[in-house]
Design a protein around this ligand. Structure first.
Ligand code: UDP
Ligand code: MG
Length: 336
C-alpha cells in the first residue's frame, strides 16, 4: 500500500462559498484507535445514531487502527462488513495518535471532517452543533474543554502547558482545545499538504487560518480501558507542540546570555574598584563553585534545547513517511 506524498503542494483551487450554506455537508468522522476494543461497540452505536439523524450524506466513519493488539481491528472489520459507511485503515505498526489521525485525514472523502478520540471522551452527540456552525460559514469548529475528568496533576499540567504555549507562539493557539473539531475540506487539504513529521495537528489547524470558532463541550471520562497516552507519549506531544510552534526557547538563551554578561561586567567593575581603591582582595570559594555549576547547568540546558531543534531538523530532512498503511477496508463502489 502506498502512502500519499506529503510534499505535494496544497491544492489551493477549492474555495468554499462565502456565507451560510444551504446544503447539508457530507460528514466524515475520523478516529484513531489503539486497543479500544472495550469501547468500540458503544462508540460505533452512538456514532451511527448521530449520523443517522444528520441531514445530508451519505456520511462516513474512518477508523484507523494504530496496530492494536486486543482485537480492535477484527471488531472493526466486522463492523465494516455490516455498515458501508465504515472505512478501516490499518497501520503497519503503532505510529502514535497524531500519526494515526493524519492517516485518517488522508482517507476521508466528506465535505467536512470531524476529528475525535475513540474513547468517547469526545461525545459524538456534539457533531450536529459543529455542523451547524460550519453551515454558518466557519471552516474550523473546535471543542473547548469545559471540564476535564482527569487527575489533578494532569489537569494542572494541561492548564499550564496550553497557556505557556499560547503565550510563546505567534499563532493564536486556543487554550484547552484538543483535536476534537470539525474542519472543512480545504482545511483537511492544508493539513494533508503540511509536510512535517512531528505533527501537532491542533496547532496546524490554527495555522491553517480561515474562520475558526470554539464551542464549549464537556469532556467526559474515558468510557472504558486506560489512557493510551503513556507519560513519555504525552511529553512527546507537548514537546512537538512547543518546538513546532515557537522558537522562543532558542531566543531565551540569547536573552539570558546577555543578562549574564551585564551582571558579570558590573561585578568586574566592582572587583576592580575594591582592589584599586579599597585594597581588598575578594574571596569566595563557595561563590565560585556555585557560579560555575549554575552557569554550566544553564549552558547544558540550552544545549539540550538546541539539540531538540536540531534533532527535529534531522528527522524532517530524513523525510520518512508519517505512517505506513497495511491495508484499507472500505466498500468498493465508493472508489478511492
Ligand atoms: N491512540 C492511538 N495511538 C496511540 C495512542 C492513542 O491511536 O499510540 C488513540 C486512542 O485509541 C484514542 C486517542 O488516540 O482514540 C486518544 O488517546 P487517549 O484517550 O488514550 O489519550 P488521552 O485522552 O488520555 O489524552
Ligand atoms: Mg482519552
Amino acid at each position: 500500500m502506498s502512502t500519499p506524498d506529503r510534499r505535494r503542494p496544497a491544492p489551493l483551487g477549492w474555495t468554499r462559498p462565502s456565507g451560510p450554506l444551504s446544503e447539508a455537508p457530507r460528514v466524515s468522522v475520523a478516529i484513531p484507535l489503539y486497543n479500544e476494543a472495550d469501547v468500540l461497540p458503544n462508540l460505533i452505536s452512538r456514532l451511527r445514531a448521530v449520523l443517522d439523524d444528520l441531514p445530508g450524506g451519505p456520511h462516513e466513519m474512518v477508523f484507523v487502527d494504530d496496530r492494536s493488539s486486543d482485537g480492535t481491528l477484527q471488531a472493526l472489520e466486522r463492523a465494516a462488513a455490516e455498515d458501508p459507511r465504515i472505512t478501516v485503515v490499518s497501520l503497519s505498526r503503532n505510529f502514535g495518535h497524531q500519526a494515526a489521525l493524519s492517516a485518517s485525514l488522508d482517507h476521508v472523502t466528506g465535505d467536512v471532517t470531524v476529528l475525535m478520540d475513540g474513547d468517547l471522551q469526545d461525545p459524538p452527540e456534539a457533531i450536529p452543533s459543529f455542523v451547524e456552525r460550519y453551515r454558518e460559514g466557519y471552516d474550523v469548529v473546535y471543542a473547548r474543554r469545559l471540564r476535564r475528568k482527569e487527575s489533578v496533576w494532569l489537569r494542572l499540567s494541561y492548564f499550564v502547558f496550553y497557556r505557556l504555549l499560547a503565550r510563546m507562539s505567534a499563532l493564536p493557539l486556543p487554550v484547552d482545545a484538543g483535536d476534537f473539531s470539525l474542519i472543512s475540506r480545504r482545511v483537511v487539504d492544508v493539513l494533508r499538504a503540511a509536510p512535517e513529521r512531528h505533527r501537532y495537528l491542533r496547532g496546524l489547524r490554527t495555522w491553517a487560518g480561515y474562520r475558526q470558532i470554539g464551542i464549549d463541550v464537556e469532556r467526559s471520562a474515558r468510557a472504558a480501558g486506560e489512557s493510551k497516552y503513556s507519560l513519555p507519549k504525552l511529553l512527546r506531544l507537548a514537546f512537538d507542540g512547543l518546538f513546532s510552534f515557537t522558537i522562543v526557547p532558542l531566543r531565551a538563551a540569547g536573552v539570558i546570555g546577555a543578562g549574564v554578561v551585564v551582571l558579570s561586567g558590573a561585578y568586574a567593575m566592582y572587583v576592580l574598584y575594591a582592589r584599586l581603591v579599597l585594597s581588598q582582595v575578594p574571596e569566595g570559594f563557595t561563590t565560585l563553585i556555585l557560579a560555575i555549576t549554575f552557569l554550566s547547568g544553564v549552558i547544558l540546558f540550552f544545549l539540550g534545547v538546541i539539540g531538540e531543534y536540531v534533532g527535529r531538523i534531522y528527522e524532517e530532512v530524513k523525510s520518512r513517511p508519517v505512517y505506513i498503511v497495511d491495508r484499507v477496508i472500505r466498500e468498493e463502489r465508493r472508489g478511492p
